[in-house]
Design a protein around this ligand. Structure first.
Ligand SMILES: [Zn+2]
Length: 229
């Protein structure tokens, strides 16, 4: 299994569940860094050194250790408004952004797209919208899909942004299952996918190899990389 994947000049490290670190030209960006009490995690939050944190939505398995990592590194969490307000209430620097427009960073751009998912923050207040995030590094566009049901926004994402790669939830129950994730990958027109969110909140055991197999059966031509934290 792949520990660090390099595509388009970006080193992609899987933290387990939905968490990743992207490294491009010396910039390190964490997304959904869930480590403490996470079944797949092999790293500790206190060892994570990054320049930015982006969070797709307000569930505990996605906010994860963002607050302590942001405090330790003295950096800002970028996320949607309610999640940013929650992170601020917990003592972290956070910036709330609207969905669907470009946010500029020193390393590139991020576009938060609507995901079909909803719920409550860890303090039981609701958040209005969950998102997936398109990371545009110039050399490659990586779409972290967050938690989502299948939906037609993926076709719009293909038309407008043409992502090269998708980090795609396959676990079912609170997300797309393998069949729907395979269809979503085709709709997105990506070259590469990495399956995520199959270790927790599934109906039963979910095997990422079955997703890889399904894409091969469909002759999709999509490379499926199963990563190991
Ligand atoms: Zn989740």
């Amino acid at each position: 299994m792949t520990k660090i994947l390099n595509r388009g000049g970006v080193d992609i490290t899987f933290l387990g569940h939905s968490g990743f670190i992207f490294e491009k030209d010396g910039h390190k960006i964490a997304v959904d860094p869930f480590l403490t009490n996470a079944p797949m995690a092999t790293r500790k939050a206190e060892d994570i050194i990054v320049d930015d944190i982006l969070v797709t939505h307000g569930h505990a398995d996605h906010i994860g250790d963002s607050i302590s990592i942001a405090q330790k590194n003295d950096i800002t969490i970028t996320t949607t408004f309610e999640v940013a307000r929650y992170c601020q209430s917990q003592g972290a620097k956070a910036f709330g952004v609207p969905v669907g427009v470009e946010q500029l960073f020193s390393w590139g751009k991020a576009i938060f797209r609507p995901a079909v998912h909803c719920g409550l923050l860890p303090d039981n207040t609701p958040f209005n919208i969950a998102t997936g995030i398109i990371f545009d590094f110039g050399s490659i566009k990586i779409y972290h899909m967050g938690d989502t049901a299948i939906n037609l926004d993926f076709k719009l994402v293909k038309e407008i942004y043409k992502p090269d790669m998708a980090l795609i939830p396959i676990g079912g129950r609170v997300n797309m299952d393998i069949e729907q994730a395979a269809l979503a990958a085709e709709w997105l027109g990506v070259k590469t996918v990495v399956p995520i969110h199959y270790d927790l909140f599934t109906q039963g055991p979910v095997n990422p190899q079955d997703f890889q197999k399904r894409l091969a059966e469909k002759n999709s031509g999509i490379e499926c990389v199963i990563m190991e934290p």
